[in-house]
Design a protein around this ligand. Sequence first.
Ligand code: ADP
Ligand code: MG
Length: 454
Amino acid sequence: MTSIESKRVQYRKYLERAGVIDALSKALIKLYEEQNKPEDAIRFVRKFMCESCPDDAQYDVMKNDLEEAKVHITKLEQELERLRGQIKKSPEEYQELTIAGYKSLMDDEENVNSLLRKYLTPELLEEYMLVTTSAPVDAYLYDCAVAGFDHHEAPVGIYAADAESYDVFNKLFDPIIKDYHGQTENDNDVLQKDADFGNVDEIENLDPERKYILSARIRLARNIEGFPFFPKLTEKQFIEVEDRVRAATETMDGELIGSYLTIGDIDAETQAEMVKRHILFQRGDEQLTTAGCYRFWPTGRGVYHNPAETFVIWVNREDHVRIMSMAPCGDFGDVYNRLVNGLQELEKSLTFVRHPRYGNLTACPTNVGTTLRASVHIRLPLLSKDQDRLIALAEELQLQIRGNDGEANEDGIMDISNKRRLGFTEFELVKTLQDGIVALINAEEELEIAGQEG
Ligand code: ADP
Ligand code: MG
């Protein structure tokens, strides 16, 4: 958005918020309804506005009422959401919803790229529609695919509702996983070998002079054995997961020592600041909303972090556990080392679910395997100007480019990370990222030199 446009949008929002639009509209409607249109229309409007406008004292009372009503509405919405989360659908309802969802996805001729659309054939739909994973979870195909049925633009369109979903609906999940992770040619039974964090010392500081890299981060996702994934977690289970993770953090040592905060206890302003500092998550993603990720919010959601904010654990953000290590520079050696230590500490008291073929299981099939995403926030002003070259390089180096808030690309800061999370060891993926970033920085430096010479 240009800055003029965004100012205009902000101004419009302000006018709406302040009630100006509403008051003016009412006056205009009144004028419209007036049988005998007055000659002096402005006077009419002015008179109407003065009559209908409250005085200052009345205004304060109304403002107060409005605030109270808003709080009440939020509470009611939460209650409604809670109750909705408890409704059990009958098999007939599931069948109906599945057929309707599938039809709308397939009928959409504009959004045709989701992996769900690509791999959910009519035969598979027929076969899977009324099958469920084991009780008491009883996840249907619909529970997994609802986000893709409703959001046709979603690149993947499916989440596993529990670990078993990967097996029960395997003929759908398997090609999606292979496709996303570039493993379509891989015929091995095991797509992800055992964890191998390799030699931590081989991972380095990629930008000791701090010219390009603003920050580095590596994250892992884990889900605790015996619990469904977010689409089917009950309210009680959200709390149980939180309790277990909180307890597991209590034995952290050294630079990993920190404190746990449940989101319900963090005021909105502090939450927003923490999100800005990249140590907290928000609700809001539409696909996740549809898939049931924010049911019972903020129950069971929280964050553990050390005072330096370099080691962070998110609880019940999509996966039960997201573990991340960060640094305000390019020192991946430091980041990687801390991450591995943190994971090992958690593994002492939590058992995470693993699959013999896919490795670590996550709700989103794009994360299975290592679940590892190593990223830098980086500024490469010259290379960024040549988007075609940048995209080609990223493709060649197996890198993914996101905006620095996950979406929007602000101030030319890019989030660059490994694209694949499966089929390679943890070490190999971090190394891929390391080599890729070095190559990008070299390309930027070449452009700098060419610029100076030219
Ligand atoms: P993920 O899927 O790995 O959790 P997201 O794109 O959803 O990543 O981003 C989650 C949060 O992590 C956001 O606040 C994002 O800005 C932050 N983040 C990601 N990479 C980095 C990085 N290299 N440095 C600092 N913050 C980061
Ligand atoms: Mg994410």
